[in-house]
Each structure stands twice: as structure tokens, then as C-alpha cells.
Design a protein around this ligand. Sequence first.
Ligand code: HEC
Ligand code: HEC
Length: 270
Amino acid sequence: MGNTPRKYALVGLVLAMAAGAAGTAVAEEKKDWGAYKVGDKRSGYTYAAPETRAMQDDNFQNPAMLWAEAGEELWNKVDGEAGKSCASCHKTPDSMKGVAVSYPKYVAAKKGLENLEQRINRCRTENMKAKEWKYESKELLGMTVFVRHQSLGMPVNVKVDGEYAPFFEKGKAFYNQRRGQLDMACKHCHEDFAGTQIRANLLSQGQGNGFPLYRLKWSGVGSLHRRFRGCNKQVRSTPYGYGSDEYLALELYVMWRGQGLPIETPAVRN
Ligand code: HEC
Ligand code: HEC
């Protein structure tokens, strides 16, 4: 585990980026990105290939809509000892409109953050007396997609002050900290190199507004924490657990970076 291989790997990566950067058009053919661009903030949509954007734009082509439909079915399904469904209490899915924009949220009883996946699971255990759904299960992804989709087009609006402040600072520190064998921080790829090509990928700002989303590479839908784990592994650093405190703080910081961008769930990416 000497220093040398890591240095070489890093140099190789930077060279690959630089080489790719030459002559790379950053999906600029569409001049007016509308809501997908807010000030300097750009949704991953604006970096995606035209075919990928077309898949996202058309509900019949967007494979993630199957997950949304699974979520809709579960919304009405009675489960657990209390004999209730989501609909028993929340009535129509319309009641979820605008809910997603402010997650993750601070929960006093936990003295910590909770994301939408965990909020849904808390309703299952506390209000339905049903079992938690596993992270990345079709059920939890489906319901999360379905609930977030009710806020489609609404701007991300997370809180970062007051009791949120320490978590925001923790997320920010995580974002800027070098890690792994490649010794790179999130910031290096998604701030410094955003808009350049790294191997087959065009680096975006790494925004979270489209999650959970369908990735062609995954042939399925995945959560934001799955993406975090993938990005940690890319620099050969050990990923944290789904729903871990580290990733919740990171989620808050990442959502804040995209404050004002529209909820796109379910987005489609490479
Ligand atoms: C027995 C009634 C009950 C059932 C069943 C129930 N919930 Fe809830 N849910 C609540 C209550 C009460 C709240 C807290 C209301 C509030 O914060 O304004 C809540 C809050 C929520 C929130 C957070 C809303 C916000 O503004 O942040 C979400 C999301 C949610 N429920 C989703 C679900 C889903 C999905 C299901 C089904 C899997 C479900 N709930 C089942 C009673 C229920
Ligand atoms: C070595 C470069 C690299 C590093 C470091 C890196 N990522 Fe990424 N990330 C990528 C690539 C490549 C993609 C896929 C293309 C894109 O959207 O940038 C990606 C995608 C993402 C996306 C999805 C964006 C979208 O619209 O679909 C998020 C969110 C993200 N990264 C967050 C992070 C976070 C948080 C960190 C730090 C833990 C991080 N990344 C570190 C390379 C990196």
C-alpha cells in the first residue's frame, strides 16, 4: 500500500479527464434549459445524452414508471397488524404533494436527520404496525419514487439552519474531504471537473434532485445512497451503509447544493 500506485492512479484519472475534456461539448445544443438550470446549478438532466433525456421526458418510455406504479399499488394495500394502508390515513396521493422537497428532515425524537425512505418506514412500523421495507427493495424504492413524484417540478427546499446546522456542516466536511486510494473528494469530480469527460462519463454536478432514478447501467432504479456508495467505491474508499448518519448528513448537503432545482423523480441517467 505504498504511495506510488495511488499517485499513478490519480495522475491517470486526471489525464483521462483532461484528454476527454478536449473538444467535449457539454450537451449545449439546448440553450434554454428552463428549470433544469437555476443560476449556476445544473441538473444531471442537462448533462445527459439526448436519448436518455427523451426516456425521462416520456412516461411511457421511462422504465422507472414501473416502480412508481408499484408504489401506487402499495399505497392502497392494507398491511400490518393495524389493518391499515397509507390511503387509510393520507387519503389520496395528492396529500404528498410538496412533501419531498424538504427531505432529509430533522426529527427531534431521533436527535438526527431522517430521509424520505426512513419516514415512510416509520409510518409502516409506528402507524401500520407493519415490517420495515429494506433499503433498495422494490417496495421501498417504489414508494419513495411514488411519493417524490407527487412533487414533480417543485423546487428543492431543504433547511440548513437551526438544529440542521451541525448536520449540514458534517455533510459539507464529508463532501470536501479527500478519501480512498485515489485521494479524491466529491468536490474534485463534481465541482472542479463538472462538465469534463471521465472515461465514458460526462461529469455532472452530482445533484440529487432526480433520485431515486433509473440508471441504464443498473438496469433498474436506485436510491441516492446507492449512488453515494458507487461514488465512494470509484475512488476505492469504503462505502458507508444505506441510511447511515454519514450519508444522511451528506444527503442534506447534496440537496442543499441543488436548492431550487426541480424534483425530477424518477429521472433517467446512464
Ligand atoms: C395510521 C395513520 C397512518 C398510516 C397508515 C400512514 N401514515 Fe404516514 N403519517 C401519519 C401521520 C400522523 C404523519 C405525521 C403527519 C405530519 O407530520 O403532519 C405521517 C407522515 C407521513 C409522511 C411525512 C409527511 C411530511 O410532511 O413530511 C410521509 C412521507 C408519510 N407519512 C408516508 C406514508 C406512507 C407512504 C404510508 C404507507 C406506507 C403511510 N404514511 C402510512 C399517519 C399515517
Ligand atoms: C472520481 C470522480 C468522482 C468522485 C470523486 C465522486 N463522483 Fe459522483 N459521479 C461520478 C460520475 C462519473 C458520475 C456519473 C456521471 C455524473 O453524473 O457525473 C457521478 C454521479 C453522481 C451523482 C448522480 C448525479 C445525477 O444527476 O444522476 C451524484 C448524486 C454523485 N455523483 C454524488 C457524489 C458524491 C456525494 C461524492 C462524494 C462522496 C461523489 N459523487 C464523488 C464521479 C465521481
